[in-house]
Structures are given as C-alpha cells and as structure tokens.
Design a protein around this ligand. Structure first.
Ligand code: NAP
Length: 293
C-alpha cells in the first residue's frame, strides 16, 4: 500500500519524494497526473490503491490567480474535491495543504484553527473552498495550513533574493506584512511522519491544523536574514542593504494579509508535530545550494 503524492514536481512535492523513498512514496508530477481530470484521478487511484494520498498539487501563483480565478478554482477547489471523493471511495486518507492566505490579516495575534477564514484574494478563496470540499467529502483527512513556503527546489523568495543580490540590483522589500516562512523540507518531514503513522494503522485526530515555521518576521526581515546567511556561507561576496518599503509602494494584483501568523499549538499538542524553525531550514537550503555550486 503506497503513499501517493500529487504535484510531485513542486517545491514541496520534490521534498516529499526525495525524503520519502524509504517509505515507498510514489510521486506523480503535473504531467503524469492532472488533478483537474476526474477520470485520471480515478484511474491512478485504482492503479496504485494508496493508503495515503498527499496532495502537493496546487495553483500557487497568487498574483496570476487574480486574472485566472477559474483556473485557481479548477485546481485548488474542484481538483481537490475529486481527490477527496476518490480517496473516500478507496478508503484512503488524504493529507492536504492549505495556506495562511485564507485569513484577512486584520488580527495582530496568531490565527488559530478556530478563527474564521476571510480570504482577501482569489488564491486564498480557492484554497478555502478546497478545504471545505475536503471536509465535506472525506472525514479521514488532515489539512495542514502552511505559509511563505521556501525550499531548495523551484522558485521562491530565497532564490529570488539571492538572484537579485548577485545581479547587484537595489533591494526594496515590504516590511508591513508579517508571517512565518516555512521550510518545505520541514513540512515534508511532518507529512511523512503522519503518513507513516497512518500506514501503521493509527487513526489520527483528523481535521485542520496550522503548521507554521517560526519565529514570525516580515518579508523585509526574512530578506535580511537570507542575505546575511548567504554571505556567511560564501554564496554572496557581501551582505547587501535591503530598503524597507510599504505594501502601498509595491503594487501587486493580489491583496495580501498584513498579518498571517499561524498558531501551531494544536499541531504540536494534538498531532505531536515538532515545530519548524525557518532559520534552520534556511541554513539547510543554502547548504544544499553551496554543495551544488
Ligand atoms: N508556495 C507558498 O508560498 C505556499 C504558501 C502557503 C501554502 N502553500 C501550499 O503548499 C502546497 C505546496 O506548495 P508548493 O510551494 O510546493 O507549490 P509549487 O512549488 O507551486 O508546486 C505546486 C505543484 O502543483 C502542480 N500543479 C499545478 N496544477 C496542477 C494540476 N492541475 N494537477 C497536478 N499538479 C498541478 C504544479 O505543476 P506546474 O508547475 O507544472 O503547474 C507544481 O509542480 C500547496 O497546497 C500550496 O497552496 C504554498
């Protein structure tokens, strides 16, 4: 009985496949499994008969989702809904991912699982609708809400900062959005621990949990930490200055919450998941890039 990963080509998917080899994880990328195709989902589920499905597939382009909300909904709501239905039909559990962008960011203390989502943008709405379909169709699911994901693979904020610094570009980064960067490797570790427990026959306390990296910071604070750490590892010749700007000075199609810190207490206490610290994750990513350079 395998652990099947949808979206295996993404930054989280690639971590799941590389870290999950010993558990017999089978990963299928977008080209091999399009979750918006219900017939493909039924066929793949019948072929693999997984005990656990991890859904790392998503439309994650937050700004593009504003101009293509239908596509975001097709993947993040409808595709996820097919997946939940197929898991239910086959008796598989689903480990699903959602986002801190389901919240509107008007609070200034960490969001708990009991807080009401009120997404500000099309991406957040599509993820919230997907969560609700999973909840309605499949009792045996765990949805982990994560935020500001970065890792060694794919495009992300860490890679962008490093590229801009190497190009000698002036760095201006928003300092009025606060959140918790989360290492894709740490999320993958947590998901694989959960999948292993399910494979072992454990019935988990199903539902929605927050899995933030800590400590909270701003994009500006994160950028400064990235550049200092990259300099420390010899990936940059110096630590460039980063100018703090307001969101109003950096117009984007999608509105983003000013505060999207998640409270990870429930995941720690109920699921027994260890906390993820983005500073450790950042060192891990930079070390992998240094080794590959
Ligand atoms: N990235 C973040 O900052 C962030 C923050 C909070 C939550 N999350 C959530 O965390 C999860 C993992 O995100 P990630 O950062 O690993 O995203 P990612 O790197 O963008 O990976 C998503 C993967 O899904 C694939 N995909 C898109 N449409 C698909 C479809 N119809 N069928 C199958 N695969 C499809 C993409 O393939 P293509 O590239 O070929 O389209 C890509 O490989 C997602 O649920 C995301 O919403 C991410």
């Amino acid at each position: 009985m395998s652990i099947l990963v949808a979206g295996a080509g993404g930054q989280l998917g690639r971590e799941l496949v590389s870290r999950g080899a010993a558990l017999g994880v089978v990963g299928l990328d977008h080209g091999q499994w399009d979750i918006t195709d219900p017939a493909a989902t039924d066929r793949i589920m019948a072929e693999h008969r997984p005990r656990v499905v991890i859904n790392a597939a998503a439309h994650t382009a937050v700004d593009k989702a504003e101009s293509e909300p239908g596509l975001a909904l097709a993947v993040n709501r409808d595709g996820v809904g097919h997946l939940a239905r197929a898991c239910s039909a086959q008796g598989a559990a689903l480990l699903h991912l959602s986002t801190c962008y389901v919240f509107d960011g008007t609070r200034n203390t960490p969001y708990t699982e009991d807080d009401e989502p009120r997404p500000l943008n099309a991406y957040g709405r599509s993820k919230w609708e997907g969560e609700q379909l999973v909840r309605a169709r499949l009792p045996r699911h765990l949805t982990l809400r994560v935020s500001w994901v970065f890792g060694a693979h794919g495009e992300n904020f860490v890679r962008t900062m490093l590229r801009l610094a190497r190009e000698g570009r002036p760095l201006r980064v928003v300092a009025d959005q606060t959140g918790t960067p989360t290492h894709a490797g740490a999320i993958a570790r947590a998901l694989l621990q959960l999948a292993k427990r399910i494979q072992g026959g454990e019935e988990l306390p199903w539902g929605t949990y927050h899995y933030p990296g800590g400590p909270a910071t701003t994009w500006h604070g994160f950028a400064q930490a990235i550049l200092a750490a990259a300099h420390g590892r010899g990936l940059l010749d110096s630590t460039p200055e980063v100018t703090a700007i307001d969101s109003g000075d950096y117009a984007t199609p999608a509105r983003r919450p000013r505060y999207s810190v998640l409270d990870g207490t429930r995941a720690r206490e109920v699921l027994d998941l260890e906390s993820a610290d983005w500073r450790t994750g950042l060192q891990e990513v930079l070390s992998a890039w240094k080794d590959a350079a």
